[in-house]
Design a protein around this ligand. Structure first.
Ligand code: MN
Length: 172
């Protein structure tokens, strides 16, 4: 819930990114996906929860095809204002490169989003322009025994069915 890591990585005198303050949630929780042409092109997937944007860096373009999975590396919380940021982060600064808004809209959690986020199993419905319907973010089991760094965990972004499948009659 803190923007400390976000701020520590950036020099707001030189980057056009917002410094941010912890905001208050509107009725609808926003989401945004920013296409970020940094050293490695990736898609920053951000969901508003508890006044910040929970964030994952997705190395490959998300695809709205049921069952498609994308690695999503959990990164630090970003301020809500970051959701409307686009522009160029200058050379020599954290995340240098062009940021474009690839999709945005709002999201609806399926179940309790805080519990899901803590547990590492977040299910939700996206209402964006490119991405819609049912999705899930699922934390992968950490490899090895080392100390857990929650800011660098690997999750999977998965396209799910848009509605629960109707109960099927079983043939006997
Ligand atoms: Mn990024």
């Amino acid at each position: 819930m803190s923007l400390t890591t976000y701020r520590r990585k950036r020099d707001f005198v030189h980057t056009p990114e917002p410094r941010g303050r912890t905001g208050r949630s509107a009725d609808r929780r926003s989401f945004v996906i920013q296409r970020h042409a940094a050293t490695r092109l990736h898609y920053d997937f951000r969901l508003e929860l508890d006044g910040v944007l929970k964030s994952w860096a997705v190395p490959r373009e998300p695809k709205a095809v049921v069952g498609e999975k994308r690695l999503a590396v959990h990164v630090e919380d970003h301020p809500l204002e970051y959701g409307s940021f686009h522009g160029v982060i200058p050379e020599g600064h954290y995340g240098a490169g062009r940021v474009e808004i690839w999709d945005r809209g709002w999201w609806e959690p399926v179940g309790d989003p805080r519990a899901g986020y803590r547990k590492g199993s977040l299910k939700f419905v996206l209402h964006g322009r490119r991405l819609r319907g049912g999705w899930a973010l699922v934390r992968m089991r950490p490899r090895g025994e080392g100390p857990r760094d929650s800011a660098k965990e690997n999750w999977l972004l998965i396209k799910e069915r848009d509605a629960p499948a109707p109960a099927r009659k079983r043939a006997r």
